[in-house]
Structures are given as C-alpha cells and as structure tokens.
Design a protein around this ligand. Structure first.
Ligand SMILES: [Zn+2]
Length: 223
C-alpha cells in the first residue's frame, strides 16, 4: 500500500517548502485544498458558481463540502503513488472525513508531520511583512527586503503593514490556532503517527530532520 503523509502547521511554518523539497527526490503527489480551491475558481465553470458565491459573500465552506470537492480533486492524482497532503485537517471533525476518504482508496494516514512554530518565531516571521498598496506584493524585512525604503520594487507603490500582521493580531491568531489544533494533535498522538518538527530551524536542517524519518525514507524515489 502506498504511504499517505499529512503535513500541517501555521502559515509561515514552511511546510509547503519542505513538501516541494521532498518532491525533488521522491515520486510523490503533493495535494492541498489551497491549490484545489484556486484551480476550481480559475476554471470557474457553472458548477462551481456556488463555491464562488460562498467565497465572495465571505461565508464559510463546510468541511463536508470541502471533502466532497477533495474526493473529486483526487482524480487528478496517481493513486499508486505516495501522497503528501498539506493542511487538509484543520478542524477535529475533518479527522473522520479524511479517514473515510482514504478508506475509499484503501489507504490510511501513516504520518502526521506537525510544524511547530513558537509564538516568538511566528511573530518574527509575520510581523515584519509589508504589502504593496498597488500590486499587493509581500515584502519582509529579513527574508525579502524592498530596494528603497517602504516603496515597491515594481511599481513604486507605498508599502504598508496589514492590521493582521501586527504582533497583537498575530498573537491572537496563534492562540486561536493552538486551541483548534490541540484535539487534532491529541488524536494523532494517540494513534502513534504524530511527529513534531521545530519549524523555527533553518530550511536545510528541517529538511534533514524530515529525511531521517522512517516513513519518509521508505517513500518511493524518483528513478
Ligand atoms: Zn507593487
């Protein structure tokens, strides 16, 4: 049976980067609902009008609907390959939905990789972000600095800090995040498939740590 891995962590924890690094070595499918929704919206046919309307009205998309869509979306991937899911379990009720979905493919979740980011690290990564007021490009005082102070490199637009990127807002978001993630971690820890990664380490160190996990070593390599 092919392996199924789920990577999870707050935004800015680097899980996407790590999945991409694994993809260079292993013959895996990387599957996320973020990409799924983007693609559904881009191909905006009538059957997706419902979702577009929901999103536009700021309403929330139920876990059931997300998983129905994910079920269809999986047709795009090779079911004989090892799968790496990105953040497809964000609420505890989605644990069961994922179990049921995987059962249809005679698979089970083998590993839940949790990218753990301390409050200080999250604040450092997110609070130094600035957005261009014209094109929306994101700059970061450490990782991606603009050439001229507070001006966009492309269109000279004024850079500003979004209210949700201020430390107090980040702290609040992180607290909320920790509250919702706790029961999910509890369940996967109980199953013995949870591995926590210190996401504040440099990218290469994280990659090395992940590469040493038994299940990751067993993934099928690209020929
Ligand atoms: Zn700009």
């Amino acid at each position: 049976m092919p392996y199924t891995v789920l990577m999870h962590g707050p935004s800015g924890s680097g899980k996407d980067t790590q999945a991409d690094l694994l993809k260079q070595i292993y013959d895996i499918e990387k599957i996320g609902t973020g990409e799924m929704f983007r693609s559904l919206l881009e191909n905006g046919s009538e059957q997706f009008q419902y979702i577009i309307d929901l999103m536009n009205s700021g309403k929330f998309i139920s876990s059931e609907l997300t998983y129905q869509l994910l079920d269809d979306w999986l047709q795009n991937y090779d079911s004989h390959k090892d799968w790496i899911f990105i953040s497809v379990v964000r609420k505890s009720k989605q644990i069961r939905l994922l179990d049921e979905l995987l059962k249809k493919y005679t698979r089970k979740l083998d590993l839940f990789l949790f990218f753990k980011l301390s409050e200080d690290a999250a604040i450092e990564r997110m609070s130094l972000r600035k957005n261009c007021s014209i094109c929306g490009r994101v700059y970061h005082d450490i990782y991606n600095r603009e050439k001229f102070s507070d001006k966009c490199d492309y269109d000279n637009g004024e850079l500003f800090i979004r209210d949700d990127d201020r430390p107090e807002a980040i702290k609040k978001r992180l607290e909320e995040y920790n509250r919702t993630i706790e029961p999910i971690l509890y369940e996967y820890r109980r199953r013995g498939i949870l591995i926590e990664i210190d996401a504040s380490m440099p990218i290469d160190d994280i990659n090395e740590e992940i590469s040493n996990i038994e299940i990751i070593k067993n993934l099928k390599k690209i020929n």
